[in-house]
Design a protein around this ligand. Structure first.
Ligand code: BDP
Length: 326
């Protein structure tokens, strides 16, 4: 045996030991999420990993890197494209610049409500969007969607009517569509990664941001001067989880089928956890003194019409089918 082979063999033994004594080297699948351990998305992906490990007798082991330790979502996407990260759970928002079709789901008020969004992602249109990602040159295999509820505005100064937003610097996700959305509503949209928002709030670089209750709470942003949570529900963006095509192409057909099966289960499992978590964190935010402001969303809907016109122009058939889905 050459030294190289000896080393490889030794590594295989170590891998097998780590895998509970199975006879082959273990493949570690690195998974990334910006959310902390315990967040519904993180839990659902970990469960997918455990099932895959069990079903392949330990050939695969998923290692979750939560809390954004592998980078902001934009970087996570890039690393997944080259195969440095194997599974990424990200917002569909950051995929817009990479796969333009997905921007249809990223448009403000494109879904009537969360039930409408779920119906779409669970049905044929959802599958078409997953396929559009997989078949694009992005080198990502779309495995499934997750719920992210709706995004509403949170600020240091109250927004009780749309005019109150004027001039407020509001953080948006990194996609020009979202900056356009905020600007159309009268605010001043500033894009940055999720993990930068907390300190940007503290230093006054921004006056607020927008997100769902679990994110507002678990990111601790609500402790950085935020007092008001205005229920605009302007974006209902699904989450997505993808596998690097580099990794996918190395799987056997059977392994790919297992990943697909467990991915579908992860999508449904996350949803159950999600609903509980929205209720839980809404209670916690209110208990922490965050004032929920109910607001007429019509002015926000009307103000963002040009954004839907601009980004939806190339997808009128698809948008009609979304609207027609009852
Ligand atoms: C959360 C999404 C996460 C995004 C984050 C953001 O779950 O994927 O990174 O919003 O605003 O709701 O960047």
């Amino acid at each position: 045996m050459t030294l190289r082979r000896t080393v490889i063999a030794a590594l295989a033994v170590l891998g097998a030991l780590a895998g509970g004594g199975s006879a082959f080297a273990q493949t570690v699948l690195k998974a990334a999420d910006v959310h902390p351990a315990g967040y519904p998305n993180v839990v659902a992906i970990e469960a997918l990993g455990k099932k895959l490990e069990a079903a392949t007798n330990g050939k695969f082991k998923l290692q979750m890197f939560p809390g954004g330790v592998l980078g902001a979502e934009k970087e996570v996407v890039e690393q997944t494209q080259v195969g440095a990260i194997q599974i990424a759970r990200i917002s569909l928002g950051v995929l817009g610049p990479v796969v333009p079709t997905v921007n249809v789901f990223n448009m403000p008020f494109v879904f009537r409500d969360e039930a409408h969004m779920r119906k779409i992602i669970d049905g044929p249109i959802g599958q078409e969007i997953l396929d559009a990602i997989t078949n694009s040159p992005a080198r990502l295999v779309a495995l499934g969607f997750m719920d992210s509820g709706s995004r509403s505005l949170y600020t240091k100064k109250p927004v009780r009517k749309i005019e109150d937003l004027k001039g407020q610097k509001i953080r948006m996700m990194g996609n020009p569509l979202f900056v356009d959305t905020m600007n159309a509503m009268g605010g001043n949209g500033i894009s940055m990664g999720h993990t930068e928002v907390f300190s940007a709030l503290q230093t006054g670089v921004i006056d607020g941001a927008e997100n769902n209750p679990p994110t507002l709470f678990t990111s601790n942003q609500y402790t950085a001067g935020i007092k008001y949570y205005t229920q605009t529900h302007h974006l209902i963006i699904p989450e997505i989880f993808v596998m690097s095509k580099v990794t996918w192409d190395k799987l056997s057909k059977d392994e790919q089928a297992l990943v697909r099966k467990f991915a579908r289960e992860a999508q449904l499992e996350q949803r159950a956890l999600w609903d509980k978590s929205v209720a839980e964190y809404t209670t916690k935010l209110k208990a922490a003194g965050i004032e929920y402001i109910q607001i007429d969303t019509k002015p926000f809907y009307d103000a963002t019409a040009p954004v839907r016109a601009k980004y939806g122009a190339a997808y009128t058939d698809l948008i009609k089918r979304i609207n027609d889905t009852k």
